[in-house]
Design a protein around this ligand. Structure first.
Ligand SMILES: Nc1nc2c(c(=O)[nH]1)N[C@H]1C(S)=C(S)[C@@H](COP(=O)(O)OP(=O)(O)OC[C@H]3O[C@@H](n4cnc5c(=O)[nH]c(N)nc54)[C@H](O)[C@@H]3O)O[C@H]1N2
Ligand SMILES: Nc1nc2c(c(=O)[nH]1)N[C@H]1C(S)=C(S)[C@@H](COP(=O)(O)OP(=O)(O)OC[C@H]3O[C@@H](n4cnc5c(=O)[nH]c(N)nc54)[C@H](O)[C@@H]3O)O[C@H]1N2
Ligand SMILES: [Mo]
Length: 763
């Protein structure tokens, strides 16, 4: 007899992609009551004359101009091009107190923002305000602060290069480096770990490298949901016979098997292609141990080969010519005992040996990775072990091999390239001085966690957000929300309403912006924006839909207006000229960052151009002038992990969400329908706690010293194919149990994938 499963939980037996994905798009179009142009809009996504899909940062194939079908890209686009509107009438009907009781899904699902709005505390409502008055209020609020370092300027990764560049120009002219950004919560372990190791904080591969690779290691990411167009690449590689090693605690359907909607035969015959050649269910947070195990197996075989007079298994020439630190890393890895490696990783020695086999048999290897690697208190160390593994056989800087961090937001990488950073380097400061005649402050500013700490402690008084939903994305929302309500000034540039906008300060404003799909016309005519994808390709993006309201301004325009209202003509910056014609913004980007030479000409070519990644050419811009091996040190545990009953919580994106934006309540590939109030557990952990599937449980966060203060309540336990010793729940709901102080000391990335918790039957 089959066991009755909890409501909304049922096995999903289909492959990922395929007809399920096509059906889901049809449902999305209906839900959003999209304007007539919208289905047509989808065809313009990622086309040379179209706009960059705001869904993810996976690059566009160069050799095709065919429309690449992507279910979640379609959701992102239709979500933006919805015909629903949130204007003054909406805000007149609902107090902020009432809106705070709505779910994240309900808030955003109301539609696009149409008017600049100011919070009125007397009526507890947002009321319309003229643009000019809005800018005056913001300018006065910022000028009134006794020190520019009392303000925080957040950036979410949807902003274009032009918007992000104008923003950093304004903020540096204003006088602070407080640049918290979504990257701080995302790939910061990459941005900190890679420059030290290979001299650049970016991936080294291009899309073409996947055509030449002999093996792919996919670790800590879920492309079927988060980078669906990558599935085309993995699908092709698998059909070519390239082994794809997956290292992921959860069985993710798309990494098991995928039916390409582009493939007429698979669609017609309901067949699919297996993706993973081997699936290793590492325990959350066990990747450092796992990678050490793989390298220990490699070193052991290398020693045996040399003893037997056989050729070396490593690329010794590359190691001696190009790298530093090899001996330390070898010693560090050989010191770790197999017993400890297996316990920490949850993987058997044979499994790790088998990964070593595939690695050693392949001439060219690519490692792809995401949040399962970076969002740990040892995120930077894990990133550097990935580099170590590749360096052993010279797998960086040649065709078919290299490192492929999968970036999150569609332009998060570009934002960093054009100056969104709390730690400006010399080149940036020199460039700004060259281009604008003033030298910005060098002092390090706040990253995302530091900005929230400063807000909570009352050390920061103003917050400006270029997009995003910072309060909800950050750990420990209870503390964060309280802090934000004590601010003097809060300004949000946004397309849609979200909870961060409702945490009102003394003065709060919501400024509606044009999105990626909207036409952006300025004094000299329609403008194109530019973005940089995960593989450093920069290309143009042109929206073409009529914006949802005549009142909407573009992000660069709003930033220029805030800058003028705050700074007057300080430093003689020509804000109006840059807005009239975005080519002038790009001229300035080029003046600050020489790698953008001939920017306007090169970006007009179809497909754009690739920014230089010196490590791709084996030029290592590190202190040693070489690629550096990094020893991670011991595998000793966070003390809290040793306490009785403790499990590691990892937080996941469902298939129906984009970060804090919840499109619908389904997580189809994991067999969850119509709900998010669940926690995934292994059978073993349920049994050992006397729990059964369907039981309602609470998840308790653990602070050092064993006090538990934060809890997520009323979650239904769902059995899932995953290792014992860990649980998984949805982001952002589970942020409630993650302490603000739980982050990677090297990079500041919150440990969203490795928080110690306990699970109890609900009280
Ligand atoms: N549709 C859609 N697309 C998106 C997003 C979205 O929310 N929706 N978000 C965008 C953004 S900002 C980002 S950063 C990316 C995120 O893309 P991903 O990096 O894929 O992000 P997550 O969903 O957080 O995926 C975590 C994956 O890592 C696994 N994992 C969890 N813990 C561990 C661990 O300790 N070790 C290992 N090896 N694996 C682990 C999980 O099982 C899951 O498969 O996607 C971008 N694209
Ligand atoms: N527990 C847990 N927490 C996490 C993560 C996790 O895996 N687990 N992931 C982290 C990661 S990787 C990231 S990147 C952050 C994401 O954090 P954010 O980037 O701050 O969050 P988003 O949900 O992407 O922001 C959504 C909002 O952006 C606005 N928006 C959308 N498009 C535009 C636009 O074109 N312009 C403007 N101005 N606004 C726009 C809309 O108003 C929308 O409500 O969350 C982090 N938090
Ligand atoms: Mo992200």
């Amino acid at each position: 007899m089959t066991k009755k499963r909890p409501d909304g939980i049922r096995a999903y037996d289909e492959p990922a992609g395929g007809w399920g994905a096509l059906k889901a798009v049809a449902a999305t179009l209906k839900q959003q009551q999209v304007v007539v142009q919208a289905p047509f809009t989808l065809l313009k996504a990622n086309q040379p004359d179209g706009f960059d899909c705001p869904g993810c940062a996976w690059p566009d194939p160069v050799h095709t101009s065919a429309f690449e079908f992507c279910e979640n890209g379609a959701k992102a686009i239709t979500w933006e091009s919805t015909s629903q509107r949130v204007g003054p009438e909406f805000f007149a009907q609902h107090t902020v107190t009432e809106l705070l009781t709505w779910s994240d899904f309900q808030l955003e699902n109301q539609g696009r923002l149409t008017h600049p709005m100011l919070y009125d505390a007397l009526t507890d409502r947002y009321v319309p305000i003229d643009w000019s008055q809005a800018f005056e209020r913001i300018g006065a609020g910022l000028r009134d602060l006794p020190d520019p370092d009392l303000a925080e300027f957040y950036t979410s990764g949807r902003a274009s290069n032009e918007a992000a560049f104008m923003y950093q120009l304004f903020i540096r002219a204003y006088g602070t480096n407080n640049f918290p950004d979504c990257s701080n919560m995302c790939h910061e372990a990459t941005s900190v770990g890679l420059p030290l190791a290979i001299g650049v904080g970016k991936g080294t591969v291009t899309l073409e490298d996947f055509d030449h690779t002999d093996a792919i290691i996919s670790i800590g990411h879920n492309p079927g949901t988060n980078h669906p167009r990558m599935m085309t690449t993995l699908h092709e590689a698998s059909r070519r016979g390239v082994p794809i090693i997956v290292i992921n605690p959860l069985k993710e359907r798309a990494l098991e098997r995928f039916a390409a909607p582009q493939n007429p035969i698979e669609m017609a015959t309901f067949t699919s292609t297996p993706i993973a050649s081997a699936y290793h269910q590492v325990k959350a947070g066990g990747d450092l141990a796992a990678l050490k195990g793989v390298m220990k197996a490699i070193f052991t075989r290398q020693d045996a080969a040399l003893c037997a007079g056989l050729p070396s298994l490593l690329d010794d020439d590359f190691i001696s010519l190009h790298t530093a630190g090899f001996d330390d890393v070898k010693a560090d890895i050989m010191e770790s005992e197999w017993s400890q490696i297996c316990r920490k990783s949850g993987l058997a020695q044979e499994a790790l040996e088998s990964i070593a086999d595939v690695y050693l048999n392949a001439k060219r290897v690519i490692i792809c990775y995401g949040m399962g690697v970076t969002q740990h208190s040892i995120g930077t160390k894990i990133v550097q072990q990935l580099v170590n593994l590749l360096l052993l056989r010279g797998n960086i800087g040649r065709q078919g091999a290299g490192l492929c961090p999968l970036r999150g937001h569609s332009n998060v990488q570009g934002n960093r390239t054009v100056g969104i950073t709390e730690i400006p380097n010399r080149a940036l400061l020199d460039g700004m001085e060259r281009a604008f005649g003033f030298r910005p402050k060098a002092k390090k500013g706040h990253n995302a966690v530091e900005s929230i700490e400063a807000i909570i402690e009352g050390r920061s008084k103003a917050l400006v957000c270029l997009g995003g939903n910072l309060a909800v994305a950050m750990s420990d929302p209870d503390a964060t929300f309280e802090g934000m309500r004590r601010l003097d000034l809060a300004v949000h540039l946004a397309t849609k309403l979200n909870r961060s906008h409702l945490l009102t300060a003394k003065i709060s404003l919501i400024l509606p912006v044009r999105g990626r799909t909207d036409l952006d016309t300025q004094a000299t005519g329609p403008q194109a924006l530019t973005v940089e994808d995960s593989m450093s390709m920069v290309h143009a993006s042109r929206g073409f839909l009529n914006p949802p309201s005549e009142l909407l301004k573009s992000e660069p325009d709003i930033i220029a207006c805030i800058a003028k209202a705050t700074l007057g003509d300080k430093y003689g910056i020509e804000w109006d000229e840059m807005i009239a014609n975005y080519d002038r913004i790009r001229d300035k980007i080029q003046a600050v960052f020489p790698e953008f030479y001939d920017f306007n000409a090169r970006v007009r070519k179809p497909g754009g151009f690739r920014l230089d990644v010196p490590a791709s050419r084996r030029e290592w811009r590190t202190k040693s002038g070489r690629a550096n091996f990094f020893a991670a040190g011991g595998l000793e545990e966070d003390q809290r992990m040793n306490e009785p009953d403790v499990l590691i919580l990892t937080t996941l994106r469902s298939h129906g969400q984009y970060n804090t934006t919840v499109y619908n309540l389904d997580d189809r590939y994991r067999g969850v329908f119509g709900r998010r109030d669940i926690v995934f557990m292994s059978k073993t952990d349920m049994v050992s706690r006397g729990l059964q599937e369907g039981d309602v449980v609470d998840v308790l966060g653990i602070e050092s010293g064993s006090q538990t203060t934060r809890r997520a309540t009323g979650l239904t336990a769902v059995e899932y194919d995953m290792p014992a010793g860990m649980i998984a729940g949805y982001y952002p709901e589970m942020n409630k149990v993650i302490a603000l102080s739980d982050y990677d000391a090297q990079s500041g990335t919150p440990a969203y994938k490795g928080a110690p918790v306990r699970v109890q039957l609900a009280r």
